[in-house]
Design a protein. Structure first.
Length: 226
């Protein structure tokens, strides 16, 4: 038995709601596939859907003409994620204080190791929290070969493409799933100092990529759309 067009539309609607298990069960029961075959079918459908969306997005991007003047704003992540950083930080502090109390009663290498581990986790979480906050406050004003970098709406740096050693695009994998991995931009001056690090929209990534290619700036592109 083959799936009808309306069946595939229903499966896609389930996937768009994040209901992959339900979509797999539907295919399994509808066609009589075993579980592995149904999972493979769903994975191929997801890949086909993503490729189709990417083709449409790419076609739209290719039609966009690069202006001599444009502005790039930092992509502000949902405040929910900043809230999670804070909650996680509080949990780590609570665990660390409990371990210290245990260590005061019983000194063991295991407890010392755990304390060092959680101190490292707290520092790492705090660093990423500050990095997220800082990244939200950048703005680029591009005019010809000149880029003005603003931080908190104040002009921080002015640089021309001739004085940029390289730019890097990469993605911070936050585990939020396909379609939620936004590119992060780094701009390096002639001394390899990072002038700006900011997360941007995918459409802004394409504009900047075209811009830097136009002025022959070296691009270290580690960003993949999916």
């Amino acid at each position: 038995m083959e799936l009808l067009e309306k069946d595939e539309e229903y499966i896609i609607s389930l996937l768009e709601q994040g209901k992959k298990v339900e979509a797999t069960a539907f295919v399994k029961n509808r066609i009589g596939m075993n579980l592995k075959e149904a999972k493979d079918y769903i994975d191929k459908l997801i890949l086909k859907k993503n490729i189709h969306l990417l083709d449409k997005r790419t076609q739209g991007i290719e039609k966009i003409e690069l202006s001599d003047k444009f502005e790039i704003k930092s992509l502000r992540i949902n405040s929910y994620w900043l809230f999670l950083y804070i909650i996680f930080f509080i949990i780590l502090i609570f665990i660390l204080s409990s371990l210290i109390n245990i260590l005061l009663k019983e000194l063991t290498y295991k407890h010392i190791f755990y304390i060092i581990f959680f101190i490292g986790a707290i520092i790492f979480n705090y660093y990423n929290f500050l990095k997220e906050l800082k990244s939200r406050k950048y703005l680029l004003n591009v005019s010809g070969k000149t880029i003005k970098i603003y931080y908190k709406n104040n002009e921080k740096e002015v640089i021309t493409t001739d004085n940029i050693s390289q730019v890097r695009f990469y993605v911070i994998d936050s585990g939020r799933g396909i379609g939620n991995k936004n590119p992060t931009l780094q701009i390096f001056d002639s001394e390899e100092k990072i002038l700006v690090e900011m997360t941007i929209k995918p459409i802004d990534y394409h504009s900047l990529k075209k811009y830097f290619e136009k002025y022959n700036v070296r691009i270290d592109n580690q960003y993949k759309e999916f």
